[in-house]
Each structure stands twice: as C-alpha cells, then as structure tokens.
Design a protein around this ligand. Structure first.
Ligand code: NAP
Length: 248
C-alpha cells in the first residue's frame, strides 16, 4: 500500500491530456483528487467516475479559470472544505497561442502569461498554508522544454514556462526548511490535444529531431510526477526533463 493513501491533491487542468494522466496515476496511489477544468465539464465528470470506480478514491471536479485570482482561491478553498486537508498541488493547466513575434498581439501575450504563469502564483498562494500543514507537502509545476530551449513562434509560451522554472527555484529556497518541496517537470513533445494542433508536417519534423524518435505519452509525465510526490523528499528546486533526449 502506498504511503500516499488518503492524501489529497489538486491537479489544475486535470480533465484532459497530461493532467488526466496525473490524476489517474495519483488515484492509483490512493490519493483523493480535485480535478480542475475550465470548459470541458463532461471530460472532468467522466474522469471523476472512472477514478472513483477503478481506484476507490474520492474525486471532485471543480470548474475554475485558474488565470483568475478569485477562481483560483475558490478552487483551493473548495478542496480544503471538501477533504479537510491538502498535500499535493500540481500546476498543470496551460495553453498555447503560437504566433511569430511580429504577429503576436498583446492579447496573445497576456492570455498565455495569465493561464500558464499567473495561475501558478494564484493557486500556489492560496494552497500554501494548507500544504504546510501536510506531513509532506508537494508542489509540482508542469513547465516545458520550450521554457528551456525556446520555440519558434512561442515567445509568449516560452517566457511563461521559463518563468515557472524560476518561480520553482525561488519558492523551493523559501520553503526548504519546511516539509514542502517544489519542483518542475519539463516535458518534451507529448501526444495530447495540444500537440494535435501542430500541423502534421511540422510534427514529423519535430519527431525526426527527437533522439528517441517518438513523442512522449501523457502517462510518462504522470510517472515523473508520481516519483517526485512519492519518493522526492530530498529533491527540491529541480527541473526534471522528460523529453526523449531532445534537450540535455
Ligand atoms: P491539453 O490536452 O490542451 O489540456 C489542457 C488542460 O488545461 C485541460 O484540462 C483544460 O481544461 C485545462 N485548462 C486550460 N486553460 C485553463 C484555465 N484557464 N483554467 C483551468 N484549466 C484550464 O494540454 P496538455 O498537452 O495536457 O498540457 C498540460 C500541461 O503540459 C500544460 O501546462 C502544457 O503547457 C504542458 N506541456 C505540454 C506539452 C505537450 O507536448 N502536450 C509539452 C510540454 C508541456 P478544459 O478541458 O476545460 O479545456
């Protein structure tokens, strides 16, 4: 039996893609889950049913746009009210609005920073007092290889994801004397709806540059999250690359 049995976690953007895999992986360890989503209620509710039936944990879907401070606060307080504890926060919600820099509008810039980066501040700020009550609080931020290596047409996304890495290191320093660890995961190219938006020919070009010659699966990111949460007590302030060797 996992020592995470009975712990409580929030996964932002947990309804689909990488977030949904993280939910399944943590549920398998016996973690009760708050599954946050923005629009797709059906996907979130279906996942709630799935993990409750398959793994016997409690799960709750909560609609909240985490780019809004008030929604982020409501999300965290709903989790605390429903489960009376909070041990794990996975900041996973993210979007892209890819445009080359000359075509990038102020709106494209702001939206990507708000959803990918400001959300991390809002949710973490609300969750931290509760995470500090946990015997082992865990914050895992889903950044990206694009925050490390840059990406053509992705100045907004790259800035947001690099910002998450800096946030992770600074908060890890501030919390190092407590039981709360803070780490980032930097996925490479992972097969989800986000990658499906990329045109086929560009996808093939990307794949040919990946040393392992394949895209990653959402479950492979979820395994990395589970490692940090379960066994990562002495790991803090780090970025864990899960990218098939694309960036070393
Ligand atoms: P995805 O399949 O597009 O799913 C995105 C998730 O985020 C959905 O659950 C969505 O909810 C939620 N979401 C979006 N905006 C939100 C908001 N404002 N408030 C709350 N939830 C919101 O994306 P993914 O590929 O799984 O990506 C997950 C994370 O991994 C993102 O941070 C992404 O940047 C990062 N990442 C992905 C890749 C990749 O290749 N896929 C690579 C590196 C990093 P709804 O279902 O309600 O829309």
């Amino acid at each position: 039996m996992s020592h995470l049995q009975g712990f409580v976690g929030i996964v932002t953007g947990g309804s689909r893609g990488i977030g949904a895999s993280i939910v399944r992986e943590l549920a398998q360890q016996g973690v009760h889950l708050v599954i946050n989503y923005q629009c797709n209620a059906d996907a979130a509710e279906t996942l709630v049913q799935e993990v409750q039936e398959e793994f016997g944990v409690k799960a709750l879907a909560v609609q909240a746009d985490v780019s809004l401070e008030s929604d982020a606060k409501r999300l965290v307080h709903t989790a605390k009210k429903s489960f009376n504890r909070l041990d794990i926060l996975v900041n996973n919600a993210g979007i892209t609005r890819d445009r080359t820099f000359k075509k990038l509008s102020v709106e494209d810039w702001n939206k990507v920073i708000e959803v990918n980066l400001n959300s991390v501040f809002y949710v973490t700020h609300s969750a931290l007092p509760y995470l500090q009550e946990s015997p082992q609080g865990r914050i895992v931020n889903i950044s990206s290889i694009i925050g490390q290596a840059g990406g053509f047409g992705q100045t907004n996304y790259s800035a947001a994801k690099a910002g998450m890495i800096g946030f992770t290191k600074s908060l890890a320093l501030e919390l190092a004397k407590t039981a709360v660890t803070v780490n980032s995961i930097c996925p490479g190219f992972i097969e989800t709806d986000m990658l499906a938006y990329v045109p086929e020919e560009v996808r093939e070009q990307i794949k040919s540059r990946i040393p392992q010659r394949r895209f990653g699966q959402p479950e492979e990111i979820a395994k990395a999250v589970s490692f940090l949460v379960k066994d990562g007590g002495y790991i803090t302030g780090q970025s864990l690359n899960v990218n098939g060797g694309l960036y070393m």
